[in-house]
Ligand binder design. Structure first.
Ligand SMILES: *[C@@H]1O[C@H](CO)[C@@H](O)[C@H](O)[C@H]1NC(C)=O
Ligand SMILES: *[C@@H]1O[C@H](CO)[C@@H](O)[C@H](O)[C@H]1NC(C)=O
Ligand SMILES: *[C@@H]1O[C@H](CO)[C@@H](O)[C@H](O)[C@H]1NC(C)=O
Ligand SMILES: *[C@@H]1O[C@H](CO)[C@@H](O)[C@H](O)[C@H]1NC(C)=O
Ligand SMILES: *[C@@H]1O[C@H](CO)[C@@H](O)[C@H](O)[C@H]1NC(C)=O
Ligand SMILES: *[C@@H]1O[C@H](CO)[C@@H](O)[C@H](O)[C@H]1NC(C)=O
Ligand SMILES: *[C@@H]1O[C@H](CO)[C@@H](O)[C@H](O)[C@H]1NC(C)=O
Ligand SMILES: *[C@@H]1O[C@H](CO)[C@@H](O)[C@H](O)[C@H]1NC(C)=O
Ligand SMILES: *[C@@H]1O[C@H](CO)[C@@H](O)[C@H](O)[C@H]1NC(C)=O
Length: 440
């Protein structure tokens, strides 16, 4: 039995894992380097599947202009080789001056020599001798010896300091930071003042502080594109506009919908600031609430932005009463199932439902109300459009993957007629009466 298992394992795993190969300098240089580390081991072409291979490319390919790098746990067990790029602590690495940089899950604060130091914290297991053994086995002892000859300032450098030395940051035009769960203070302090060409910023920032700090540290009215997905102080829009309102062309400030709370929205007096303080704004992407009826005033506030040509509207999918359901499998839930089966079926979804017809009416209305430039397109997004989960096992919430979208546009070449095309229409009928949910 064991033997058969081993053979099966050999047959199924070996051929696939052997397909994957890390990129080497002979494989040809990309200009745009997109990598998820650890990579996809079922693909046969050479891959940027480790931080080591990404670093090798950046040090050997002078024509790379764009780096889009995600470091993550994949699936149940696949970990990256490390959470940052392996700069030499003694210095001397050289990267091309990137024009566009996107990082997700990157860890800037790491100090190489701290890893190499001998540590004898705590008593008991592992024993002092075992710690010594591992210090020698991992080669850290030799690193520690080398590092001991370095100047303290060099030895002390964080991964961020080493990247600062290796690259000219003043050429960077577009920066994206996503899912940074570590402190970004050093990044804001040391990198942002060097970003003198930056015109696009793309953040996923739940705490909000980092994004505001970056906006403040950049030259006023230097950003043309700002995407900020996450949460923010309720008065953030005036702050953004006073800092970068004059230059902004594309503005996306929104939250992803979660199961228990509605997304935050800007009120109409805040939205009206856009007409006054963002004279160059051509594209806007925000959350909007509806509760039984369409918020016509809000659509009018958007239509009143003279320079606006296109918009994206993000609409919640979960109804208020569905949010009030007791937590599944709790005692209240069982009681509720027996006594109070309200808010089932369609009622679990926000109304009015979004379909091609209702979207077309709204689009026409916005075009009629539009001040200044004509409105070319509006895209309506409903529900959860976030990236599907690819990490360790977890329990998805009801909202996950429940989504629809409608794109409304004008055919400008011919007679300027409006049309809307939907995806995932009828979402409120398709899924789940109450019983499906209960059995899940
Ligand atoms: C970089 O670009 C230059 C000019 O376009 C080209 O001559 C050179 O071969 C490129 N180098 C690599 C390594 O691709
Ligand atoms: C090392 O870095 C820490 C924190 O950034 C700083 O407080 C300290 O002064 C530095 N030491 C040297 C010798 O540069
Ligand atoms: C700004 O956004 C536009 C439209 O999405 C895009 O074409 C452009 O490259 C972006 N610029 C920067 C610097 O991000
Ligand atoms: C954000 O800033 C506020 C005040 O400026 C501070 O109280 C809070 O701790 C900060 N949060 C984080 C996550 O840094
Ligand atoms: C809009 O929201 C801001 C910030 O929360 C608040 O100060 C202001 O009073 C609100 N205005 C209206 C008309 O509700
Ligand atoms: C940038 O804008 C902010 C907010 O309007 C203002 O307080 C600050 O003085 C401006 N800085 C410069 C250098 O003009
Ligand atoms: C606004 O846009 C126009 C045309 O694109 C440009 O000439 C002008 O410099 C922009 N204003 C600012 C403050 O960036
Ligand atoms: C809908 O919104 C209006 C004002 O925007 C509010 O007065 C009303 O209570 C809301 N209705 C529900 C069911 O939440
Ligand atoms: C049943 O649900 C409705 C709507 O959610 C609520 O108004 C009512 O108070 C609930 N009744 C009980 C007994 O929980």
């Amino acid at each position: 039995m064991h033997l058969i298992n081993s053979i099966l394992l050999f047959i199924f795993i070996f051929p696939f894992s052997s397909l994957a190969r890390s990129w080497k300098p002979g494989d040809g240089c990309p200009e745009i380097l997109v990598a998820t580390v650890p990579g996809n081991r079922y693909r046969s072409e050479p891959q940027f599947d480790s931080m080591q291979s990404v670093h090798l490319a950046l040090t050997s390919c002078p024509n790379i202009t764009t780096l889009d790098l995600r470091v993550t746990w994949l699936g149940c067990s696949e970990a990256p080789d490390r959470w940052n790029l392996p700069f030499k602590l003694k210095g001397g690495d050289k990267y091309p001056p990137l024009k566009s940089l996107r990082l997700e899950g990157y860890y800037f604060d790491h100090r190489e020599w701290e890893d190499a130091e001998f540590r004898n914290q705590g008593f008991g297991y592992p024993s002092f001798l075992e710690k010594w053994g591992s210090w020698i086995r991992t080669g850290n002892i030799w690193k520690a010896v080398q590092y001991s000859f370095m100047k303290p300032e060099q030895k002390n450098k964080t991964n961020l300091d080493l990247w600062l030395d290796a690259m000219d940051w003043s050429q960077l035009e577009s920066l994206g930071l996503r899912g940074g769960h570590r402190s970004m203070d050093a990044f804001v302090e040391k990198v942002v003042p060097r970003l003198t060409s930056l015109s696009g910023l793309d953040m996923i920032d739940q705490a909000g502080n980092t994004t505001l700090q970056i906006l403040k540290s950049l030259n006023n009215n230097s950003l043309k594109n700002l995407t900020w997905i996450g949460t923010w102080p309720s008065d953030v829009l005036p702050s953004i506009l006073s800092l970068h309102g004059k230059s902004l062309q594309h503005l996306e400030v929104r939250s992803e919908e979660e199961m228990d709370v509605p997304t935050p929205v800007f009120n109409n007096s805040q939205l009206s600031l856009l007409s006054r303080l963002a004279p160059n704004l051509t594209h806007l992407s925000i959350n909007i609430h509806r509760n039984g009826t369409w918020p016509i005033e809000t659509f009018n506030a958007i239509s009143a932005i003279p320079s606006l040509r296109t918009a994206e509207i993000w609409l919640d999918i979960v109804s208020e009463c569905r949010r009030q359901w007791p937590e599944e499998y709790s005692r209240q839930y069982e009681q509720w199932v027996r006594l109070n089966q309200s808010c089932l079926g369609e009622d679990q979804y926000q109304k009015p439902f979004v379909d091609e017809k209702s979207s077309l009416e709204l689009f026409k209305h916005m075009r009629e109300e539009k001040v200044g430039e004509k409105l070319k397109s509006v895209k309506f997004w409903v529900g959860d459009h976030s990236r599907s989960w690819d990490g360790p096992i977890y329990l998805p919430t009801w909202i996950e993957g429940k989504r629809a979208e409608v794109m409304c546009s004008v055919e400008s070449k011919r007679d300027d007629t409006e049309w809307c095309v939907g995806k995932g229409m009828g979402y409120w009928e398709r899924s789940s009466g109450f019983l499906d949910d209960y059995e899940e």
